[in-house]
Structures are given as structure tokens and as C-alpha cells.
Design a protein around this ligand. Structure first.
Ligand code: DAH
Length: 405
């Protein structure tokens, strides 16, 4: 990006240092371009040096031309525009920068002149050894330039929440499994007991890959609507007993708003063994919620429906914003809609019809039973951090993300 001299409103030492670092970084970039651009080496000696000197003159004028060079601009904008208290510091800075810029202009001129004098190429494009050496020497670091400050990254709040949840289950002995985001109709729907054309499919509308009409329905590709297909994929590969969690991104045909996004994150869980009961499901999830939200949280299961579990339930936890009272002082508590309970996931006992699809790998529903659950990570992250718009998670605005660093 082209460098333009910014207006300064803040004359603190930190702000001046920042402005100076930006200017010097732009200067360094220009010098590098001037000296290290090898693309002209295929030209004849004369053509190459004509071009190089034109570039150098442009560079010189950009930085030190009397009328509107960068030095003149910082003098006008930074120094003359400074408030009384800032004049001294701004004056010092402008002087230092002038020295540095003039040095670089003179130095680059000298370097180019030496190279030109040395350049005895017989024909265009011929490599010239001493110029290569000089380039290499110059490409080593100039330790007199200030370092470029690179901010340290931080975990995204959704990824942080995902890792915490996965961690809770890992400590219970669960392993992590993953599967493809572009999935077949068979794994996303059919093997999870959503028969073709069944109305339950309407609850999970998605994006289909185009141009597949010639394929049988079960082979058609779509963006997975949940992480549940990885239950089947894992059971095809691993014999029971299994205990797995499956983090991943999923897609739905939902227009974006404060609580919906066409792409979001889920974590799926699956435990299959002999004699797994609904009591195991309750105990496991109660423990997980306490580990995530604090030991005073209580859990509550309500009957629900999913094609791939029977019975099915929704899990609620006591609202960790209002502590279950439904009120914040005299105001109604918004996250739990004044009920004192927040829905966090869907779960249930694996439907025997699902086991039928993987029966041959040891999952005969006569011998094994299991539970499964699936939760939305983004929603939990919203609740956990008190964020009121899911879109903030996906806009990549550094001012938002920095708050989690
Ligand atoms: N796949 C369900 C959804 O996306 C969530 C779910 C519910 C997953 C119940 C499960 C389960 O494994 O048992 O809405």
C-alpha cells in the first residue's frame, strides 16, 4: 500500500513512535524495491540502468522533494500542526527522520552507482557475479532499522470454547474424531434415520452441490448440517466400545442474524458399549456442564425429538447469567427469557435403526446400546462471553477479537 503521511491528533511518546515506525517501514519497503527488484536483469545493460535511475529519481522525489516530499509533509503536518506541548517532541522526531531519509536516499544512490560501474555484462540476462554478491550482502538485516511490531495472536473465542469442551470430554477418556464438511446424503440424513423425503429433513435445510441429478440420491453431496454423520463414519471404522467427541463446522440454509449464521460450529458426542443407559447420559452431561459453567450449575432434561435418538431430550442448564432466578436486579434476564433455564444441547439414546446401518461392524442393537449428544459451540460462546450478536464471531474485526487476547 502506498504510504501517506497521517494527521496526528495524539502527540504522546507512544503515538509519535508508532507514526515514526510506520514511516520507516514504508521507507524500508521502498529501498528494498529499488535495490532488490531482479525483474529488470533480463534487459540489456543500458535499458536496465536507464530504468533503475528513473526509479531512483522517483524515489528521491517522493521522499525529499521540496514541494511535497514526505519530509516536507511531516514538517507541515506533524510539526506545524503540533499543539504547543507537542512541538518539542515533534520537532526532534522530524529532525531524526529527516536525517534517516536523507541517508537512505544518498546510500541507495551510491549503491546503484557502484553496481552500474561494475556491471560489465556481455549480453542481456547474463548474471553478474559481484552484483549478486552485493545483493546478497544487502539482503541481510539492517540492524539500524527499528523492528516491526507484530501483535501476538490469540485464540478466537469460538475455538477457545470448542477446545474447553473437547478438553472436558478428553479428561473423561473420550477421543476426538473428525469427518468431512462436504458430506453425502447417506451419512448426513439416511443413515441417521432421516428417510428420503421424510419431513424431518426440513428442519435441516442446507446447501447442495449442483449438477448431481444423475447420481442416486444417497450419493449426492451437500454441506453437512450437523456433526452427527461422523457418528456413522466412526462406527464403520471402529468396533465398540467407543467414546468420541466430534468438533467441526456445519452449514444450514439460515439467513444470518444476531443468533443465526449459515456456517457454525458443533461438538458431537457418542458413547457405545454394552449396557449404556440413559442414567449414563445424564451423569456424563451433568458432569460436563458443571466442568464448563461451574459446579453450582444444575441440569434439566426435557423430552424432544431427533430421528437418530430414542428417547430424545434437550438439556437445559440453570442460567449462569441470573443464577436461575430469571431476573437481573429488577430487570428481566434476557439470555434465558426470564425462565431461569438455558437450552444447551440435544441428546438421547442411539436409535436401534441407526445401529442397523453399522450392524456388521459389531453394533447389533441386541448387544450394544449408546447415547449421543450434539451442541452448538458458537451459541455457548455467546452465552459464556455475554456477546449479543453471533455475526461478531465471523466478521474478523480486530477490535472485537482483541478483547479475547
Ligand atoms: N444433530 C442435532 C442437530 O444438529 C443435534 C443432536 C441432537 C445431536 C441429538 C445428537 C443427538 O447426537 O443425540 O440439531
Amino acid at each position: 500500500m502506498a504510504y501517506t503521511v497521517p494527521k496526528l491528533t495524539d502527540y504522546s511518546a507512544a503515538a509519535l513512535e508508532r507514526a515514526s515506525a510506520e514511516l520507516l517501514a514504508a521507507l524500508e519497503q521502498d529501498v528494498r524495491k529499488l535495490l532488490f527488484d531482479d525483474s529488470k536483469r533480463t534487459l540489456s545493460h543500458d535499458a536496465e540502468w536507464k530504468l533503475r535511475w528513473e526509479e531512483w529519481k522517483n524515489f528521491r522525489d517522493k521522499w525529499i522533494a521540496r514541494k511535497s516530499g514526505v519530509l516536507t509533509q511531516i514538517n507541515d503536518v506533524w510539526l506545524k500542526g503540533a499543539p504547543k506541548e507537542g512541538k518539542r517532541a515533534a520537532g526532534q522526531l522530524v529532525n531524526e527522520l529527516r536525517k534517516k531519509v536523507e541517508e537512505e536516499v544518498a546510500r541507495s544512490e551510491g549503491t546503484l552507482a557502484n553496481w552500474e560501474a561494475d556491471d560489465q555484462r556481455a549480453s542481456p540476462g547474463q548474471s553478474f557475479a559481484s552484483m549478486d554478491d552485493a545483493l546478497r550482502a544487502l539482503q541481510s538485516v539492517d540492524i539500524s532499522l527499528p523492528g516491526i511490531r507484530r501483535p501476538i495472536g490469540a485464540e478466537h473465542p469460538v475455538i477457545k470454547t470448542r477446545n474447553e469442551i473437547v478438553g472436558v470430554f478428553e479428561r473423561l477418556g473420550y477421543s476426538v474424531a473428525e469427518g468431512p464438511v462436504v458430506e453425502t446424503d447417506y451419512y448426513n440424513f439416511e443413515a441417521l434415520n432421516f428417510p428420503p423425503n421424510h419431513p424431518a429433513r426440513d428442519t435441516q435445510d442446507t446447501l447442495f452441490i449442483a449438477g448431481q441429478q444423475s447420481k442416486p440420491q444417497r450419493e449426492r453431496l451437500l454441506l453437512r448440517t450437523h456433526t452427527s454423520p461422523v457418528q456413522i463414519r466412526t462406527m464403520e471404522k471402529m468396533r465398540p466400545p467407543i467414546r468420541i467427541v466430534i468438533p467441526g463446522t456445519v452449514h444450514r440454509n439460515d439467513p444470518p442474524d444476531a443468533s443465526h449464521s449459515p456456517m457454525f460450529h458443533q461438538i458431537e458426542g457418542l458413547a457405545v458399549d454394552t449396557n449404556i443407559t440413559f442414567g449414563d447420559l445424564k451423569g456424563t452431561l451433568d458432569h460436563a456442564m458443571k466442568a464448563l459453567f461451574g459446579s453450582s450449575v444444575r441440569t434439566h432434561f426435557r423430552p424432544s425429538f431427533f430421528p437418530f435418538t430414542e428417547p430424545s431430550a434437550e438439556l437445559y442448564v440453570t442460567c449462569f447469567i441470573c443464577g436461575g432466578s430469571g431476573k437481573r436486579g429488577s430487570d428481566p434476564c434476557r439470555p434465558c427469557k426470564q425462565t431461569g433455564w438455558i437450552e444447551v444441547l440435544g441428546c438421547g439414546m442411539v436409535d436401534p435403526n441407526v445401529f442397523e446401518f453399522v450392524k456388521d461392524n459389531g453394533y447389533d442393537p441386541k448387544n450394544v446400546s449408546g447415547f449421543a449428544f450434539g451442541m452448538g459451540v458458537d451459541r455457548l460462546a455467546l452465552l459464556k462471553y455475554g456477546v449479543d450478536d453471533i455475526q461478531l464471531f465471523f466478521q474478523g474485526d480486530v477490535r472485537f477479537l482483541q478483547q479475547f487476547g
